[in-house]
Design a protein around this ligand. Structure first.
Ligand SMILES: [Zn+2]
Length: 497
């Protein structure tokens, strides 16, 4: 059995002002100036908790030949340029053609990529792959939990399997499941029938989290339905709310063994169950002043999740609202991580460890995340920022914060990086010289993913009331797409069809 795999992942925040180009995909994919070949993809992902890690493991276990032709991602940011999309999809299709024949195609996609031309870029990618390989070759698509799935995507895919968890700790498992499903399809052991439902429902990151209620109980019910007789797999895509596109929002996919009626029934059940939770999915936001007060009253670590400036959802990661308040208060024991400001890192590097520097900190991308702070800072540590994910999410994958400086401003420590990256792993603090037991109030530029590795160590986790293009508050965005206004909660009277 010969299976080809390809991947192109981007979560597009259409409110971000910086467009996404080929240079972003090259930098964030870690293949140097190249786009990576099968050997490099295998080397990077084998043994990691990622979709491709799961594909590779399952192929080895099942004795299938897996040929990864391309696997590229760019860190979440603004709209992908037309030129970039055409170049990358052209490369994917060209490499698939060159690697044919194949018994099946696995596609490792995100589900919330928006380009200058395509609102649902994944549907266009799969459509072109389908055109290249024909109807007889099965295509199994993997998606992020934050996918905005339009009806066009299930139309061109045989099976869609999305992450079940947020934080996304099941990437390896879902990749494994996709490869195993593919093998069973190729061997004619299964004949999947897929049902799709789009809900008039928009949800926000803090409450999409499957480690807290109501989603943790919902996930258990999803697993129960998925394991019932005749069912093959089920996915609830919670949607990415910071993309102003017509297909934004929650959708459900259910796949049954040669039984469309069963798939439809389970999809309806899941849709209804989620719809019934809609009022519980609204977040409760806390100001930094309240967080400081709660930290003073708490014996142990308090985390202030500054999701509004989460780079993992396309935000700049240099917002200063929380930092400014902490510095003004001289809040000792507070750490802000990670904070993207390559210019400031350079200033710190030029001055050297132990020196005191004048810096203009943050708010360099736009004016929606606070103002630039002109402050005096002490350089506590300098490093190259290279780390390996040690927590449950993406475990084993190597990555970098770029050149990094640990600064201290009026008692507050700030991990300043040269690469924009969501702080979700304790190793990201460790490399910068911050030991968790020295921190009382930790401001993380993360909405939910941090919980996978930091959650066990925190006494209290608070969702930040700060401004930004990833703020979990629909009222802050002027949606133009026409569908969002019909969806709950923007339309409180919306009804499930
Ligand atoms: Zn996601």
């Amino acid at each position: 059995m010969r299976i080809l795999s390809g991947g192109l992942q981007h979560e597009t925040n259409t409110f971000a002002i910086t467009p996404t180009t080929i240079a972003d995909f090259q930098r964030d994919s870690h293949f140097g100036d190249e786009l990576g070949d099968a050997f490099q993809i295998r080397q990077r992902f084998q043994g990691t908790n990622t979709i491709h890690g799961g594909y590779l493991q399952a192929a080895d276990d099942l004795g299938a030949e897996l040929v990864p032709v391309l696997n590229l991602r760019a860190y979440p940011s603004g709209i992908v340029t037309k030129e970039t999309f055409e170049l990358l999809v052209g490369e994917l299709i060209g490499r698939i053609h060159a690697a044919l024949p194949a018994d099946g195609i696995l596609l490792d996609l995100h589900g919330a990529m928006v380009t200058e031309e395509f609102e649902d870029a994944e549907a266009e990618i799969v459509r072109r792959v389908r055109e290249a390989v024909g109807d007889a070759v099965p295509i199994v698509v993997s998606l992020d939990l934050h996918a905005n799935v339009s009806p066009a995507l299930p139309d061109v895919s045989d099976v869609i399997i999305g992450f079940d968890t947020y934080p996304h700790v099941d990437m390896g498992e879902r990749g494994y499941e996709a490869m195993a499903m593919m093998a069973a399809m190729v061997e004619k052991k299964v004949d999947p029938k897929m049902a799709y439902r789009q809900l008039p429902l928009l949800t926000l990151p803090p409450m999409q989290c499957t480690l807290r209620e109501p989603m943790s109980s919902f996930l258990k019910k999803l697993k129960l339905l998925e394991s019932q007789e005749g069912m093959l797999t089920a996915t609830v895509a919670m949607g990415f709310p910071f993309a102003d596109v017509h297909c934004m929002g929650v959708s459900v996919i259910a796949v049954a063994e040669d039984d469309l009626e069963l798939a439809e029934a389970v999809a309806d059940q899941l849709a209804q169950m989620l719809w019934d939770l809609k009022k519980q999915l609204q977040p409760n936001l806390v100001t930094i002043e309240d967080a400081m007060q709660q930290s003073r009253e708490t014996d142990g670590l308090v985390i202030f999740a500054d999701g509004s400036d989460n780079p993992g959802g396309g935000a700049p990661c240099d917002g200063t609202v929380a930092l400014e308040a902490l510095v003004e208060a001289g809040f000792k024991g507070a750490v802000v991580a990670t904070f993207y400001d390559p210019e400031t890192v350079q200033v710190a590097q030029a001055a050297g460890k132990g020196s005191t520097v004048q810096v203009a900190l943050g708010a360099k991308v736009d004016d929606r995340h606070g103002k630039t702070l002109h402050v005096e800072a002490r350089v506590l540590k300098l490093c190259d920022g290279a780390f390996v994910f040690g927590g449950p999410m993406a475990q084993g994958l190597s990555d970098t914060l770029g050149d990094t400086a640990l600064l201290e401003v009026n008692g507050v420590r700030v991990v300043v990086t040269s690469v924009r990256k969501q702080c979700i792993d304790r190793n990201m603090l460790k490399v910068a010289g911050v030991e968790l037991d020295s921190v009382s109030l930790l401001v993380l530029k993360s909405a939910v993913h941090y919980r996978a590795d930091f959650g066990l160590y925190a006494k209290l986790m608070l969702d930040a009331d700060t401004p930004g293009i990833h703020r979990p508050d629909f009222n802050c965005f002027n949606y133009q797409n026409g569908r969002s206004g019909q969806c709950y909660p923007l339309n409180p009277l919306a009804e499930l069809a």
